[in-house]
Write a protein of this length. Structure first.
Length: 392
């Protein structure tokens, strides 16, 4: 089968000590400390074999995440610039959907022909985090496209328990399988936003005002989810023109370039003026630019307001916590999208037309042309063997 296959050399930096888990699995918990000389290409790979608890999927569509691009970048010493959990060699791609074409003998809840989306954080169900219901904090996590072969391929095997049916989405769209595949491939980033907004962040009462920092795929998903949740005014902050336009199309009432403000105080005062002094009931920080966003949020909080940190920040963030204390406000951290019924809830919203994440699609590329798709940095780019090849 054809697949986008990535290889690297396992050369730990001086002083880096492998954990017992890393020694046992061959993985790296901090990829930029271990993997060197990254190289990837579309090539022929053996067909995966379906295990007793697995299903074999014919991939319908897969989304390119910033992580997939970052996995291929190298620093001046040739080391990976991706600092997370990873293993090579590997077929990348962790946002995907497909059709069940074979199932293992222990699989009972899925049938041949079912369309499914796959959780990207495969929790063990046995560690302390899992036993407490914190599946996205699993201490023995496996991830398709990062620690085992993922969805940038014609076929992929996954454990059935991580698959969620898309049949209702297909039915809603008149039997259109490709629409179901495309929406199914975008449940992952939409689920990241859902987990942050409603599971960890506690949601928002209809009539409250909300603001989203960053209009990448997760931020765009947050905008659509908040819009369907009954927010009054919905603000988005983004500096890239293409992303600003997508934010408008996804439902933001006001889209502002944060660099247009003189400073954080001016930006916060604008939010207070636009909400007649009420402030923002829910901030979704999806940019990871916490050094710049927290000074704004501090002075624009509604009483009882909530901040949810969804984007991964870089470096240390100074926070004047007094503003959260004074306003009886809260800050919640959020990571991932697996477990807790999140995939099924997002799929149900898609299967009733409450949200339509196709609004953020910025490109469709054949698997053979995936490297061209990785050059697009706005919206969500999808990959499928069903899409036409680029004309040379």
């Amino acid at each position: 089968m054809r697949a986008f296959y990535v290889e690297a050399d396992r050369v730990p930096k001086p002083g880096y000590k492998f954990t017992p888990q890393e020694e046992r699995t061959g993985e790296a918990l901090r990829g930029n400390q271990v993997w060197k000389n990254i190289r990837g290409s579309v090539t022929d790979r053996p067909m995966p074999e379906c295990g007793d608890d697995q299903v074999l999927l014919k991939i319908g569509a897969a989304g390119i995440c910033g992580t997939d691009v970052h996995l291929l970048k190298q620093d001046d010493q040739g080391y990976s610039m991706y600092d997370g959990h990873s293993k090579y060699p590997i077929i990348t791609g962790h946002e995907f959907a497909g059709e069940v074409v074979e199932k293992g003998k222990n699989v009972t809840k899925l049938q041949i022909g079912d369309l499914v989306s796959v959780e990207s954080m495969n929790w063990c169900g046995e560690c302390e985090a899992c036993s407490r219901g914190y599946f996205n904090q699993c201490r023995d996590l496996e991830e398709p496209g990062l620690t085992y072969d993922g969805g940038f391929a014609e076929y992929c095997t996954v454990k059935a328990k991580f698959c969620h049916k898309l049949n209702d989405i297909m039915d809603y769209y008149g039997g259109d399988k490709m629409t179901a595949f495309e929406l199914g491939a975008m449940i992952e980033p939409t689920g990241v936003a859902y987990n942050g907004l409603f599971v960890n962040g506690g949601g928002i009462r209809p009539g409250g005002h909300a603001a989203v920092f960053g209009a990448g795929p997760v931020g765009l998903a947050a905008i659509q989810l908040l819009k369907t949740s009954g927010v009054a005014k919905l603000f988005a902050f983004e500096s890239v023109p293409e992303r600003m336009q997508l934010a408008k199309e996804c439902g933001a009432d006001y889209v502002m370039d944060p660099t247009a403000f003189a400073d954080a105080d001016e930006e916060a005062q604008w939010l207070m003026d636009m909400t007649n002094g009420r402030g923002i009931s829910l901030f979704a920080e999806c940019a990871g630019a916490s050094k710049f966003t927290y000074p704004v949020m501090a002075k624009a909080l509604a009483i009882g307001g909530r901040t949810v940190q969804i984007g991964h920040p870089v470096g240390i963030t100074p926070v004047d916590i007094f503003h959260w204390q004074w306003n009886a406000a809260s800050i919640a951290g959020s990571n991932g999208q697996s477990g807790l019924g999140i995939y099924d809830d997002v799929a149900a919203l898609m299967a009733t037309g409450r949200i339509d994440m196709r609004k953020m699609i910025s490109g469709r590329f054949n698997l053979e042309d995936i490297e061209e798709g990785m050059k697009i940095m706005s919206g969500k780019v999808l990959v499928s063997t069903a899409y036409p090849r680029l004309q040379k």
